[in-house]
Design a protein around this ligand. Sequence first.
Ligand code: SF4
Ligand code: SF4
Ligand code: SF4
Length: 462
Amino acid sequence: MPVTKTINLFHRFPGLYAAFKQQKVHRVIRLLLFFMLVVLIFAGFFGPQDPSKNFMLYLCWGLWWPGVVLSWFFVGRMWCGLCPFPEFGRLFQYFGLTGNIRVPKFIVKNNMIIAMILLTAILLIEESTRMYESPRESALLLLFILGGATFCVLLFGKQQWCVSCCPLGRMIGFGASISLLEFRADHDICRQCKTFACKRGTEQLPGCPVSLGAFNIVNSLECHVCGYCLQLCPHDSPQLRLRSPLHEIVLRKGKYITCTYIIPILMGSQLARILDQSVLSYTSKIQATCTSDTVCQMGLYLIPFVLAIIFVYMIVSLGDLFFGVYHDDLLGSFSPMVPVLFPVAFAGELVHRLTFAVRNAYDFFPTIGRQFGWSILESWTFTVPEWVYPAIALPIMMMGQIGSLYVLDSMVFGEFEGLIATWRYHTIQIVFILMFAIYISLISMSWDIGMLNVLHLMHISI
Ligand code: SF4
Ligand code: SF4
Ligand code: SF4
């Protein structure tokens, strides 16, 4: 296994260590975010339903969610340590009002499937109903996650929603795999440990909220990077480390099934979405066909969505076929194209979320003004030049592309050196570059810049 250097930030910045250990900052931020969540839900249900008169839409889809996606790269799953959704359940926990029911085997066994079904449903509903234009539907989504997180605490005690069901958590865990930070225990220290208090807790404090424990962390998928276990560990074993962002996916090779499922779903939804927004406008056509029937809209949107997922799945399978190596002595079987596609999938999601945030930023203050009758805010607007969109999208997509090719090279010329024929390696590169070209050409359709609009330049009209 390749070893890379990491820097323990807790050693370098003792103040950071103290902040994580005391948990006061975490509690304050969580409370503030919980307050914001309640305001958003309230504004979504009881505020104006006209999107140009309700500020909650931009807060939710333009600031909150793009901010979370951006944080994946820098701080991994740290958002989950500050997330307000489990906060209501924590209140019940504090007063001892929680059940201790054993989690049904069905849920334990199928937690990945449950989370993936929920994630697919959310992506499907989000696009087919244009949820980001509907305050009530956006509030319903927030309420659904808040309800799920609270219900699970009431039933099972700990944050079982986060462990088993939360689709956002799965996505964040997926993104955290290419984060600059990792939270890990020092296993040399843990080997001497007798208490395992990070997982089990002490007489005064309960253990890890997601029943993991620092000594159990082997990847970035599950740990919330909340730092709660620092106060439990008697040996200062947990560390927050700065690392090479692509190290984890090269090391694990996409072995974890979360990534295997998420890559086709995420990239499929991106392709369906940018095809819709740039070329085909099928959401509008579907909405016109189905008038007010939401089920009909979702049903029809399912067709391009599933076709896009199948397309990405075929790219993954084709790439696997050419790669030819599916086994690692330590990890067992894996799908080599999953880690290769990982950086591009992340870049595509980031571009989409940031584009939405920038395209709608000009109307944030006027929207608040319209909602509360403060006409002075109507003039607090600005124009975003069209070149800004490619200036955001192209560097991010290029970094994703370079990241993907780096992962491919690391595997072909690293651990599997000599096992993959040169023609196979080049074939994967060609398939990958073709896919990347499809992405760029579709994204460019949404820019009102003729010289950058690839399909327009090729005189292709759809
Ligand atoms: S898993 Fe979901 S509910 Fe739990 S902390 Fe993360 S985002 Fe929040
Ligand atoms: S992290 Fe601390 S409490 Fe947990 S096993 Fe290691 S030494 Fe023990
Ligand atoms: S292992 Fe530590 S940092 Fe990770 S979720 Fe558990 S308590 Fe939080």
